[in-house]
Design a protein around this ligand. Structure first.
Ligand SMILES: NC(=O)c1ccc[n+]([C@@H]2O[C@H](COP(=O)([O-])OP(=O)(O)OC[C@H]3O[C@@H](n4cnc5c(N)ncnc54)[C@H](OP(=O)(O)O)[C@@H]3O)[C@@H](O)[C@H]2O)c1
Length: 230
C-alpha cells in the first residue's frame, strides 16, 4: 500500500485526513508536536505516530534520516497556525507574524525538500507518481483578498508561490505538487460558526488529492475540486 506522511495530525483537519487514509489501508506516518497527549491520534489503529514540531528544521532532517530508504507516496503538509486575528491596518505583534511564516510558509518547503529522496523513491510506484499536497487557504489568494489578517494571508500566499515553483521543478521527476483550500471548517482554527465539518472537508480534500495527476501539478484547489485564482 502507498505511504503517507502528514503533519499536524493530532486534531482538526489533519486528524480527520489521517483517519481516512488509515481506513483506506495506507501506511500512515502521522506527525504531531506532542504525541504523549495526542489521544485521538494514537487511537487510530495501524499508524505510526512521530513527534515533530515543523518549525524545528533540524528535527525535520532527523525524521527524514529515520525514514531513509522509505518510499513516501504522499507528503501532506497540514500543520498551520493563524496568529493574531488582526483587523485592517493593524499587525499587533511582528514576532507572531514571523512565527506564522515559519509554520505556514517555510516549514512545508523544508519538509518537501527534506523528504524529496523519499518521494523520488515512490515516484514510479503504482503508476500515479508521488505527490506533495499542502493545505493552504483561500485567504492567501491575492485576487480574492479582503484586507486584515496580514500574517496569515501573506503566509498562505507565500506557500502558494513556493509550492507552485516546486511543482515546476519537480514535474520532470514525476512528482505532482498542489496547494488546497479546505473550506471554512469547524475546527479550533475555523471556529464553531464555520461552514462545513471536518468530515466534509477531509472527504473533499482526499478526493482531489487522490485523483491528482501530473497534468494538474502546480494548481490551487478548493476542497470541492474547483480551482482557486492566485
Ligand atoms: N479551519 C479552517 O477553516 C481552515 C481554513 C483554511 C485553511 N485552513 C488550514 O488547514 C490546516 C489545518 O487547520 P485546522 O483547521 O485543522 O487547524 P487546527 O484545528 O488549529 O489544527 C492545527 C494543527 O496544526 C498543528 N500545528 C500548529 N503548529 C505546529 C507546529 N509548529 N508543528 C507541528 N504542528 C503544528 C497543531 O498542532 P498542536 O495541537 O500541537 O497545536 C494542529 O495539529 C492549516 O494549515 C490551516 O491554515 C483551515
Amino acid at each position: 500500500m502507498p505511504t503517507l506522511l502528514i503533519t499536524g495530525a493530532n486534531r482538526g483537519i489533519g486528524l480527520e485526513l489521517t483517519k481516512r487514509y488509515a481506513t483506506d489501508g495506507w501506511t500512515v506516518i502521522a506527525a504531531c508536536r506532542e504525541p504523549q497527549s495526542a489521544t485521538a491520534l494514537k487511537a487510530i489503529r495501524g499508524i505510526t505516530v512521530e513527534a515533530l514540531d515543523v518549525t524545528d528544521y533540524a528535527a525535520v532532517d532527523k525524521l527524514a534520516q529515520t525514514y531513509d530508504g522509505t518510499a513516501i507516496d504522499l507528503l501532506l503538509n497540514n500543520a498551520g497556525i493563524y496568529g493574531n486575528r488582526d483587523g485592517a491596518l493593524k499587525v499587533s505583534d511582528f514576532d507572531i507574524y514571523l512565527e506564522v511564516l515559519r509554520v505556514n510558509s517555510v516549514a512545508p518547503m523544508k519538509l518537501a525538500l527534506a523528504f524529496l529522496p523519499h518521494l523520488k523513491a515512490a515516484q514510479n510506484r503504482s503508476g500515479g507518481g508521488a505527490k506533495i499536497a499542502t493545505i493552504s487557504s483561500r485567504m492567501g489568494s491575492i485576487e480574492q483578498g479582503s484586507g486584515g489578517s496580514y500574517a496569515y494571508r501573506a503566509s498562505k500566499a507565500a506557500i502558494n508561490a513556493g509550492m507552485h515553483n516546486l511543482a515546476l521543478d519537480l514535474k520532470s521527476s514525476n512528482i505532482a505538487c498542489i496547494t488546497l483550500h479546505p473550506g471554512w471548517v469547524k475546527t479550533d482554527m475555523g471556529g464553531s460558526g464555520a461552514d462545513i465539518d471536518v468530515g466534509t472537508s477531509a472527504a473533499g480534500l482526499k478526493k482531489v488529492i487522490d485523483s491528482l495527476t501530473l497534468k494538474d501539478t502546480g494548481k490551487f484547489y478548493n476542497y470541492d475540486g474547483g480551482e482557486i485564482p492566485w
